[in-house]
Design a protein around this ligand. Structure first.
Ligand code: PMP
Length: 353
């Protein structure tokens, strides 16, 4: 502890991200990145933008990219907010819609950044246990004091919550904001964006990090009523009006435009997911039915922590959470078919031991 630190720094309990090792030989199945490169149009657009114009500030209102995202969803530009990765959008949302005197609710097993923001911004929490099968029960989220947030599909469980259940949560929190963190939604059935016209308390947060292969560019966005979006803009402008740089804006627009590439890569990942689920089950794993770009799996006879270590020794990185309730599980990002083949070859060797 430093005597110079504010109480906010003292409260902080920073999120520890998954390992980012620089060894190119490593098969990286640990942080749910897309195994395929971004659309070639994205790279062209960034190269084109990397010129004299970098001298100038980017657009503080990011109108062009907001319009592109709004068009994709059939919304108005004033229903779209863009941030530097959805982590930033989440942080701004906690500040804009949650309060220090009112407890917010999120699932006990969900994205581990939520408790970090809550602590930093002094927001009290009620962590809601999941059902025995790891599913979310909507009625547990009725009448929250201060609002609700959950990922859909949930991370790290990979399970999808149906829109009827989300509507139920929205209806029972009319005066509070319900944030649906849809980081993985493009690999799932359907987005809660469909409900926006009915619920002014709904904020949907998405990212270009996963389905659009742009984790390195840091682009996330929120979709909601103009009232909620205005709240986010006010918070952003109180920190930094220019959170999105010129290269990211150019790349993001190109990524939204290239629908053909987007569809092709997400379909490939969904096909590999079905195949990899079957392969894990053949080897005795219990695998949750995933609607994300990762699998959550446990083996009855093998400790998850030692499998994680042994895979790592063999240059395959998966995610292991040393936390109660989930410490028997591995979270495995869907890689390319070739990467997954290697993963299964190594796994077979380890399972024989
Ligand atoms: N929400 C969830 C549930 C996630 O798993 C992640 C990725 N770690 C994020 C948000 C943040 O993604 P990004 O900041 O890359 O948009």
């Amino acid at each position: 502890m430093s005597k110079f630190w504010s109480s906010a720094v003292k409260r902080s309990d920073p999120y520890i991200p998954g390992e980012q090792l620089n060894d190119p030989k490593i098969i990286k199945l640990n942080t749910n990145e897309n195994p395929y490169p971004p659309s070639p149009l994205v790279l062209d657009a960034i190269k084109k933008e990397a010129d004299q114009s970098l001298r100038l500030y980017p657009s503080p209102t990011v109108d062009e990219l907001r319009n592109e995202i709004a068009d994709y969803y059939g919304l108005g530009k004033d229903s779209v907010f863009i941030g530097n990765g959805s982590d930033e959008v989440l942080a701004f949302s906690f500040m804009a819609f949650f309060e220090s005197g009112r407890k917010i609710r999120y699932p006990e097993v969900s994205y581990s950044f939520y408790p970090v923001y809550a602590k930093l911004f002094n927001i009290p929490v009620e962590e809601v246990p999941l059902q025995a099968d790891f599913s979310i029960q909507a009625s547990d989220f009725h009448s929250s004091e201060g609002g609700v947030i959950f990922p859909n599909p949930n991370a790290p469980t990979s399970l999808y919550l149906q829109l009827e259940a989300i509507e139920d949560i929205l209806q029972h929190n009319r005066d509070r904001v319900v944030i649906v963190d849809e980081a993985y939604i493009d690999f799932a059935e359907e987005s809660a964006v469909k409900l926006l016209h009915k619920y002014d308390n709904l904020l949907v947060i998405q990212t270009m990090s996963k389905s659009r292969s742009l984790a390195g560019l840091r682009l996330g966005f929120a979709l909601g009523s103009p009232e909620l979006i205005e709240g986010l803009i006010r918070i952003k402008d109180s920190f930094n009006s220019y959170t999105i740089d010129r290269l990211a804006i150019a790349g993001g627009i190109a990524a939204m435009k290239d629908k053909v590439y987007f569809e092709a890569t997400r379909e490939k990942i969904k096909r590999t997911r079905i195949w990899a689920t079957q392969e894990l089950r053949k080897r005795g794993f219990n695998v949750l039915p995933s609607q994300a770009n990762f699998l959550f799996a446990t083996h009855p006879d093998k400790e998850a922590s030692s499998l994680y270590e042994q895979l790592k020794e063999n240059k395959i990185l998966v995610r292991y959470f040393n936390k109660p309730l989930i410490n028997e599980y591995l979270r495995i990002t869907i890689g390319t078919e070739v990467e997954m083949d290697t993963f299964f070859q190594v796994l077979d060797k380890l399972l024989k031991k």
